[in-house]
Write a protein that binds this ligand. Structure first.
Ligand code: NAD
Length: 493
């Protein structure tokens, strides 16, 4: 699909020092956003582990976008730290959370890295001033597991470096949050620690099992937190009287207090056995990789829901997607859709469900509308096209992970009417479907049809003229018409 892809210059290199759970996630995030990645991790298991994280990421990350991510970068495992970092624009340290080890590693990175490169540490708790005792370069760039799906990165340290880092992180679909001053454990882990500590007490005191606590989170406030944080949530909880009323009502309770505050339960064998025993009873029927896939599938669903409202992390995805350009031609027709088929588009027959052929056609229409200037800004001015009729021909199976390309031919583009013929191709070149669709131009305020503005009508007419003599076999069919030109090979359920 070379002609439909944006030309990519492979100049971006990220070095991953420490390729465990978090380093593997960073490697996947950079690779799937087109960066070349060099990993240094002396552990023999590291290649296998990164391979497994990458397989999960390839399945999950493209599913949150309606456009293909850039061509994947190249992954290289290096024998030395110096070899990994010397050409990198971004070095991310993710070695175990031990300060003396991190300090030695950062001194070695500072010696080997090229000037101007960003050096980030994934540390959950240490401050930049501690990490930099033997060097000067590192900022904290603290991500969240799975790094390839969750956008948040807390940035702490030198302001200018953090600003540059923020730009790079946005370009790979992440959300940088710069912390105003350095503090142990930054922001999010402070919040998580409070929940974690209370959870340990509740298990130790026999108030709740590990499963009860997980239900208490995921059936209630956990759902709220994905879309509004604690302050917006509590503002609403204050009712029409708002935040002041909420504070007056619940503020005094903090003095009682309900929680164990800074008390930490003794981590003796009894507590460790109690918690790990309950956790095994709760989840040991699944492997860690299975749990990761369950987590990723749920996160993809949540992120896609947030995207619809451009809320919270959904807004980050929508903004990032604008940088993923779909362009080029195929068979002298414009490419209007290029994307990976997500697992959620497949059904019990193990292939893409028929509804998503139409969804792909609808996205191709959106892509074509962008091309003729009937884009977001035009729609915001109160004009758009409404679909009045569609005909889908299911020609071949499509599976999760296939790369789908659509081309769009204008059959008619005159007056209020826009008659389009989309062809959907799989990554192997086979034509999987055609979607023929008739749209009429509509005034969104009056909810009545009207003529398009000249800046849309003219490019549409130009496409219609250019496509007039292009072959149209398969267009204009009625449902059930005998197929003269080719046999339909399958009909997705
Ligand atoms: P991990 O144990 O899974 O991975 C650490 C990796 O570092 C291992 O693969 C190990 O072989 C490698 N390593 C050890 N010494 C090394 C050296 N000298 N040079 C290169 N590699 C070396 O740990 P993790 O969970 O990935 O945590 C890494 C960092 O990320 C920590 O600072 C942690 O606080 C932070 N972090 C963890 C999470 C999380 O949820 N696990 C979340 C955010 C941040």
């Amino acid at each position: 699909m070379d002609d439909a892809m944006t030309e990519r210059t492979k100049t971006n290199v990220a070095a991953i020092v420490g390729g465990g759970v978090i380093g593997g996630g960073w490697a996947a995030r950079f690779l799937l956003n087109g960066w070349d990645v060099r990993v240094f991790d002396p552990a023999p298991e590291s290649r296998r582990q990164i391979g497994e994280v990458l397989a999960n990421a390839r399945r999950a990350l493209p599913a949150i976008y309606d456009r293909a991510l850039p061509e994947e970068g190249t992954l290289v495992f290096c024998e030395t730290l110096e070899e990994a970092v010397r050409d990198a624009q971004w070095v991310q340290e993710s070695v175990p959370e031990r300060l003396p080890l991190k300090q030695v590693i950062h001194a070695a990175i500072a010696n080997a890295v090229k000037p101007g490169a960003i050096v980030g540490s994934s540390t959950s708790g240490f401050k930049p001033s501690e990490l930099n005792e033997r060097s000067t370069k590192a900022i904290v760039a603290h991500p969240f597991n799975p790094v390839y799906l969750l956008p948040l990165v807390e940035l702490v340290g030198d302001k200018v470096t953090c600003e540059r880092a923020a730009g790079i992180l946005r370009s790979i679909g992440m959300h940088p949050l710069t912390v105003a001053k350095e503090i142990d454990a930054h922001i999010a882990d402070r919040l998580l620690e409070a929940i974690w500590r209370e959870s340990l007490w509740l298990v130790k005191d026999g108030v709740a099992t590990t499963q009860d606590i997980d239900e208490a989170i995921r059936m209630g406030f956990g759902l709220r937190f994905a879309q509004m944080g604690i302050f917006e949530t509590y503002r609403i909880a204050g009712g029409e009287a708002g935040m002041k009323h909420f504070l007056a009502q619940f503020g005094p309770a903090l003095k009682w207090p309900w929680t164990r505050l800074m008390d930490v339960p003794e981590f003796d064998d009894t507590l460790v056995d109690l918690i790990s025993g309950q956790s095994d009873a709760q989840s040991s029927r699944y492997s860690i990789r299975e749990l990761e896939r369950q987590r990723d599938d749920n996160l993809v669903g949540i992120l896609r829901a947030l995207r619809i409202n451009k809320a919270a992390a959904g807004k980050v995805i929508a903004e990032h997607e604008k940088s993923l350009v779909v362009e080029g031609e195929r068979d002298e027709l414009p490419v209007t859709l290029y994307r990976q088929v997500p697992p959620s588009w497949t059904d019990y027959n193990g292939h893409m469900n028929e509804a998503f052929y139409l969804e792909a056609g609808s996205k191709a229409t959106d892509g074509f509308m962008d091309l003729i200037g009937a884009d977001e800004a035009y729609i915001a001015r109160g004009m758009s096209y409404f679909t009045v009729e569609s005909h889908v021909r299911y020609l071949d199976e499509v599976h999760a992970g296939d790369m789908l390309t659509a081309t769009t031919q204008v059959l008619k583009g005159e007056g209020k009417k826009m008659h389009l013929y989309h062809r959907l191709f799989r990554g192997d070149g086979a034509m999987a479907a055609t979607v023929e669709t008739l749209l009429v131009h509509t005034d969104l305020n009056a909810r009545k049809t009207c003529l398009p503005a000249p800046e849309v009508a003219e490019p549409l007419a130009a496409y219609a003229a250019a496509h007039e003599n292009h072959e149209k076999s398969g267009a204009g069919r009625f449902v059930g018409e005998p197929n003269k030109s080719r046999e339909v090979t399958s009909t997705p359920a």
